[in-house]
Ligand binder design. Structure first.
Ligand SMILES: *Cc1c(COP(=O)(O)O)cnc(C)c1O
Length: 423
């Protein structure tokens, strides 16, 4: 048994040792793959993979066991929990590991709805939430008899606080508003929303999947009761995330079974994932300032050049209150999908709408919520940066986008009509 296991694990270790991961990246660069879809997912850092590997192979014990092989994994799970808690300014006891952002969002909504149903049946959220929130709200409305108010955002994608306040009822039990939007990058006035919720004795949850690791978050200063985050959006592994639950919040278990996560989330701990998430968070926090500075510079260059050099183009989302790595444009008279396909042929990975909506012809609910007409929402492009991107890449991307938009417009009957009318 031992030899068999050893044999199997060796090539993986050798793979890391020989830095094949770096080679693979260089290989990608040779082919000029420029990855600008970091809001969809990110590469797991080699340091994170390295930290995780022993927990697949040698240290594979179940943390709930008595013998040392398993029991010592309790310690590493606790260490990861502490790293995350420190990043949020809270105690490790308030961090619960889940299988990612979607599970955290589902849990926060469904389980508080259940736990507080004696108090009321009303939930407030925004129109620009991720589908993990919106579809869970629809489920609660249709199948469970809850009432949900979807608050509007302004033309820049910032939630209307006065509308949020007037939406509050005596039966409101939960407000859930995302920290930063995954499509247009807008950062919401989280502290104010938290204060409004607290003043009315309502719980406040925020989906911080895009924000955590990108901007500083202190849950106590911001009046946050629950917060969702995910590993793969911050250069950690996929399939691991957490929900922060402030001490004192009544919340039911969502996944029933064993007594893991202090009886609140059953299932044998994803030890490699938890270790990887901890490592990714540690690095994300340590590099945040430099990364923000670099990404903001690159992003501003990208935005400035695209708006200056491509006519009939707009930037979606607030210019200043947005994530350092997010740019989202609408180009009139073209289809975002065609643009994406042609960008892919030029080695550029971007997105239009969110990854979950591509494949469907509906324009993004976020772009509609900021008031874009359907035909303009259709012609949009989201480019989300990471710290490995370079200024040279930005210039290459602008040149490509410019050429492709010109070509697509030359083929567009809408553009032809427009040019005729404006002669
Ligand atoms: C990606 C994302 C999610 C879902 O996270 P998973 O870990 O992929 O389940 C939820 N909310 C937002 C804002 C996201 O960007």
């Amino acid at each position: 048994m031992r030899t068999a296991r050893k044999l199997k694990t060796k090539p993986v270790k050798k793979h890391i040792a020989q830095n094949n991961i770096y080679e693979w990246r260089e290989d990608k660069m040779d082919k000029r793959i420029i990855y600008l879809d970091h809001a969809a997912t990110t590469a797991t850092r080699p340091e994170v993979v390295e930290a995780m590997l022993p927990y697949f192979t040698e240290n594979y014990g179940n943390p709930s066991t008595v013998y040392d092989l398993g029991a010592k994994n309790k310690t590493v799970v606790t260490e990861s929990r502490e790293i995350i808690a420190k990043a949020l300014g809270t105690d490790a006891a308030n961090i619960y590991f889940t299988a990612g952002g979607s599970e955290s969002d589902n849990w926060a909504l469904v389980a508080t709805a259940e736990a507080y149903k004696n108090k009321g049946n009303h939930i407030i959220t925004s129109k620009i939430e991720h589908h993990a929130i919106l579809h869970t709200c629809e489920y609660l409305e249709k199948e469970r008899g809850y009432e949900v108010t979807y608050v509007d955002v302004d033309e820049n994608g910032i939630i209307k606080l006065d509308e949020l306040k007037t939406a509050i009822r005596p039966t409101t039990i939960l407000i859930s508003v995302m920290f930063a939007n995954n499509e247009i990058g807008t950062i919401q006035p989280i502290k104010e929303i938290g204060a409004i919720a607290r003043e009315h004795g309502i719980l406040f949850h925020t989906d911080a999947v895009q924000a955590f690791g990108q901007i500083p978050i202190n849950v106590d200063e911001l009046n946050i009761d629950m917060l969702s985050a995910s590993g793969h959006k911050l250069n950690g592994p996929k399939g691991i995330g957490f929900l922060y639950i402030r001490k004192g919040v009544k919340i039911r278990s969502f996944v029933h079974g064993g007594a893991q996560e202090r009886k609140r989330r059953a299932g044998t701990e994803n030890v490699p994932g938890i270790v990887g998430l901890g490592k990714a968070v540690e690095i994300a926090v340590a590099t945040m300032d430099d990364r923000t500075k670099k990404e903001t510079e690159l992003r501003n260059h990208l935005i400035d050049r695209i708006l200056a050099e491509i006519p009939y183009t707009r930037l979606n989302g607030d210019k200043d209150r947005r994530l350092p790595n997010n740019a989202n444009f609408s180009f009139q008279f073209i289809e975002g999908e065609s643009l994406l396909i042609m960008l892919d042929m030029a080695g550029i990975c971007g997105s239009s709408g969110s990854a979950c909506t591509s494949g469907s012809l509906d324009p993004s609910h976020v772009l509609l919520a900021i008031g874009l007409p359907h035909e303009i929402a259709h012609g949009s492009l989201r480019l989300t940066l990471g710290e490995d991107n370079t200024m040279e890449e930005m210039d290459y991307v602008v040149d490509k986008v410019k050429g492709i938009v010109e070509r697509l417009r030359a083929m567009s009957p809408l553009y032809e009509d427009f040019v005729k009318k404006n002669k």
